[in-house]
Ligand binder design. Structure first.
Ligand SMILES: CC(C)(COP(=O)(O)OP(=O)(O)OC[C@H]1O[C@@H](n2cnc3c(N)ncnc32)[C@H](O)[C@@H]1OP(=O)(O)O)[C@@H](O)C(=O)NCCC(=O)NCCS
Length: 176
């Protein structure tokens, strides 16, 4: 698959195959490496879709499509600093076959552009763990800057892991 900016799009969750992909991320150990938190309730997927199509006011998901294929999803969750400064925290998971082809950084850059266009937030942040070099590189290519290390903030695979916190501000240039 040849990847270009034009070939990638973010779209709302729209069919049963999208939901099946979400269920895989709930049930398949190893699919997201160190981000695996143990089995999650896969029935929650259909419930959430029925509730708001994964497009809530405070959080949501969009499907990442490349060359017409479903490759994974991006997520966004609202947070609040100091009681009055809203921000988004974003996340991403691509299926293994579609990793390392330039889809991840572009999808995250596109999600930022989308969120900055449709909400007045000043800040978008993303965290990953020290060992996740693909995501760390991908975030920098998507216009994020490393802010620092949040020590021992995630318990994964039997150990506390350091989190690497990144942000992209509205005033930072979009790489797209
Ligand atoms: C993390 C993830 C989103 C990255 O997306 P991707 O499409 O695989 O990465 P990209 O192809 O956009 O690569 C972006 C940069 O990272 C680098 N990179 C990719 N895979 C890498 C690897 N295994 N090791 C080191 N660098 C890597 C690329 O070389 C590229 O930099 P370059 O253009 O300067 O060469 C994707 O791999 C994924 O979904 N992984 C599993 C879930 C996950 O870890 N999600 C994030 C949780 S915090």
């Amino acid at each position: 698959m040849v990847v270009s900016e034009i070939a990638i799009r973010l779209r709302p969750v729209s069919d049963e195959e999208d939901l099946d992909m979400f269920r895989r991320f709930c049930l398949e150990p190893g699919l997201i490496g160190l981000d695996w938190r143990g089995f999650l309730d896969a029935q929650g997927v259909a419930k959430r879709y029925a509730e708001d199509g994964f497009l809530g006011e405070r959080d949501g998901r969009l499907i990442v499509e490349a060359a017409g294929k479903r490759t994974g999803f991006v997520s966004f969750t609202e947070g609040l600093y100091a009681g009055r400064a809203p921000y988004w925290e974003i996340g991403i998971a691509l299926l293994p076959d579609f990793r390392g082809r330039g889809i991840g950084w572009r999808a995250q850059a596109m999600l930022c552009d989308y969120l900055f266009a449709h909400s007045p937030v000043q800040r978008i942040q993303a965290g990953t763990h020290e060992e996740n070099l693909p995501e760390r590189h991908s975030l920098v290519k998507a216009g994020f800057q490393l802010e620092g290390v949040v020590r021992a903030c995630e318990f994964r695979d039997g150990a506390w892991r350091n989190g690497y916190l990144y942000s992209r501000l509205r005033s930072d240039r979009s790489p797209l």
